[in-house]
Design a protein around this ligand. Structure first.
Ligand SMILES: *Cc1c(COP(=O)(O)O)cnc(C)c1O
Length: 408
């Protein structure tokens, strides 16, 4: 099999192989040794340090919304860094105000915004709001979903429903009760007037791109309304066009009390946001929270460029149409290793009949496509929103050969 660039992607030789050995020596072991050493990108294409070309079907985990080196992002970041790179929160700057107002406009509701640097930090802000709200009201526990993912810092990790990454770092300061995702009856049972907040993803990303059943989020909203628990929608992976809407909760027609954002918002620059609506927007008072880098002018300028470009290039509608093309293309492949495809917009998982996602990821890489083995039997696709029909077609056309190589 050859790549879009005509190479047969091989083993750990060359410049990349040397970097991998140096990485292994210099870094903690938490990531293992990543399989490719990337050097540059353009649109949906990336090149490794040995000049091999790949089609990026994962976009840095739903982060590189505009692809790589998009002129609008390059221009916005370059102009801002040349003017003012940092102020701290002792001082204000225009890009953060413009971005906060822009997000409120896209949400259609006057939430109050806190900017952080990452997803987990956005959730830490939501967590602190919920703790403070809970203390004031005698609410002593949180509810979250089994297999949910909310981040790696201790607050967000305590809400993460995956024992293998959570349990060894407990006990946690807050009592979190886990319910099966998508089961409204189980949620109703778990949430009482002593529950401070319910944390849920509008589609579970790390669990393998698992959308909620029809009507689930309406039920969540009702359960939170009737008990007074705050409904926190973790949209860190699902927002900024990923499902073909600005925010995935817009698929469900409900507004949460708190929304958290990160990944796709900065198009590759680190930024997170926590937005509180109504009472959730006023729980934190002066001195309650902060971040030295949060809302950094360069990250805010990048995020504005991302939002402007999505709008100008019609990328929401594009994500729906080209995403449907990708989903339909995969669904039409008849192969014993492939059982189906799930997800929405440009956020999909190809489902396998066997726990061979890691092998599919490796075979795809050899064929010149970057994909992600998100679960043992699920291959995640979250390409840049700018991926074009021809690129989607090239992946769909090659996927059967990738599956065949694994099956052989
Ligand atoms: C990625 C992710 C996070 C964590 O974001 P980081 O930037 O890695 O801290 C939290 N929640 C969801 C749903 C995510 O996908």
């Amino acid at each position: 099999m050859t790549s879009p660039g005509g190479y047969r992607h091989g083993a750990d030789s060359g410049v990349g192989g040397a970097f991998k050995r140096r990485f292994e020596d210099a870094f903690m072991a938490n990531y293992g040794v990543p399989p490719v050493v990337l050097a540059r990108g353009q649109g949906c294409r990336v090149w490794d340090v040995d000049g091999r070309e790949y089609l990026d079907m994962i976009g840095g985990i739903a982060v590189s919304s505009l692809g790589h080196a998009h002129p609008a992002l390059v221009e916005a970041v370059s102009a801002q860094v040349a003017k003012l790179a940092h102020t701290s929160n002792l001082f204000m700057h225009a890009p953060e105000v413009l971005l906060a107002e822009r997000l409120r406009g896209l949400l259609g509701a006057p939430g109050r915004v806190f900017f952080a640097n990452s997803g987990t930090e956005a959730n830490e802000c939501a967590y602190k709001i919920a703790v403070k709200y809970g203390k004031a009201e005698g609410r002593t526990y949180f509810v979250a979903a089994e297999n949910g993912f909310h981040g790696r810092t201790i607050g967000a990790l305590s809400l993460t429903g995956k024992a293998s990454i959570r349990d060894q770092f407990g006990p946690f300061p807050i009592d979190v009760r886990f319910v099966p995702y998508g089961d409204a009856d189980a949620l109703k049972e778990a949430v009482t007037e002593e529950c401070a907040a319910v944390f849920l993803e509008p589609t579970q990303g790390e669990a393998g791109v698992v959308p909620p059943p029809e009507g689930y989020f309406k039920a969540v909203r009702e359960i939170c309304d009737s008990t007074g628990a705050l409904f926190v929608a973790d949209e860190i992976q699902s927002a900024i066009g990923r499902t073909g809407h600005w925010f995935a909760h817009q698929n469900e027609g409900v507004l949460p009390d708190i929304l958290t954002l990160a990944k796709g918002l900065g198009g590759g620059l680190p930024i997170g946001a926590c937005i509180g609506f109504g009472r959730a927007g006023t729980v934190l008072e002066k001195g309650d929270h902060g971040s030295t880098f949060g809302g950094n002018p360069v990250a805010c300028a990048a995020a504005m460029a991302v939002l402007d470009t999505i709008e100008r290039e019609g990328l929401l509608e594009h994500a729906r149409s080209v995403g449907a093309r990708l989903a339909d293309g995969i669904a039409a492949i008849d192969h014993p290793l492939l059982s189906g495809v799930r997800g929405r917009g440009l956020w999909l998982a190809a489902l396998l009949t066997d726990a061979k996602a890691a092998e599919v990821q490796a075979a795809a890489q050899r064929a010149g496509f970057l994909v992600n083995a998100v679960q043992p039997d699920a291959v995640r696709l979250a390409p840049p929103l700018v991926i074009n029909a021809a690129e989607v077609t090239s992946f769909v056309a090659t996927f059967p050969a990738i599956l065949a190589e694994v099956q052989a």
